[in-house]
Ligand binder design. Structure first.
Ligand SMILES: Cc1cc2nc3c(=O)[nH]c(=O)nc-3n(C[C@H](O)[C@H](O)[C@H](O)COP(=O)(O)O)c2cc1C
Length: 168
């Protein structure tokens, strides 16, 4: 799939088919994630794949988001702040975005789920205290086709200085 098509058509999926995601596809997606750029190539990311139904249910309850229970896979993104003090979490977000686009290109759906440093989740997943739980994303075969738009370029792009519109 063309990169522009993937960027343009990917939408967050919050309803999944009851169908497994093969490990081979998960591997492709996380491989795409690890090729994200990072400050000084610090690669602060690590990933925890969760398929255990009980853990998925518990996470959905912690987040109070029922739809999460339909996801066959959750992937938690963990940052090591020692490798880059400032950019560790931002770089993890870049890796997550790569993963979401790669998943879309494979016909899979994702939804990023905010769980920044949630202690209950860190405990459930045995994440050491000195690492940062950045976010999670759900992964599965889509059972919905949502549409969502964006602000027009005219409203967000300036030239030379803030506020001077590039597109009039
Ligand atoms: C950091 C972050 C946290 C998010 N957390 C949640 C969440 O907890 N639950 C949820 O349903 N969607 C969550 N989303 C998805 C956004 O709501 C979604 O990306 C946004 O509405 C744009 O929709 P689209 O991804 O379909 O284009 C999150 C997205 C990001 C980037």
């Amino acid at each position: 799939m063309d990169v522009f098509e993937a960027i343009r058509k990917r939408r967050s999926i919050r309803k999944y088919l009851d169908k497994d995601v093969p490990d081979e596809l998960i591997k492709k997606i996380l491989d795409a994630a690890r090729w994200a750029p990072s400050a000084k190539n610090s690669q602060p990311w690590e990933f925890i794949i969760v398929k255990d139904k009980e853990k998925i249910k518990k996470f959905a309850e912690i987040k109070k988001q029922e739809w999460i229970k339909t996801a066959p896979v959750l992937i938690f993104v963990v940052a090591n702040p020692r490798v880059h003090k400032i950019y560790h979490a931002i770089d993890c977000a870049r890796a997550t975005q790569n993963a979401c686009l790669a998943a879309f290109a494979l016909g899979l759906g994702t939804c990023i789920i905010n769980c920044y440093e949630l202690s209950e989740v860190k405990k459930m997943l045995n994440i050491p205290d000195d690492l940062i739980l950045v976010e999670a994303f759900s992964l599965g075969w889509p059972a919905e086709s949502p549409t969502k738009s964006r602000k027009p370029l005219e409203d967000i792009v300036y030239e030379e200085e803030y506020g001077k519109k590039w597109i009039k």
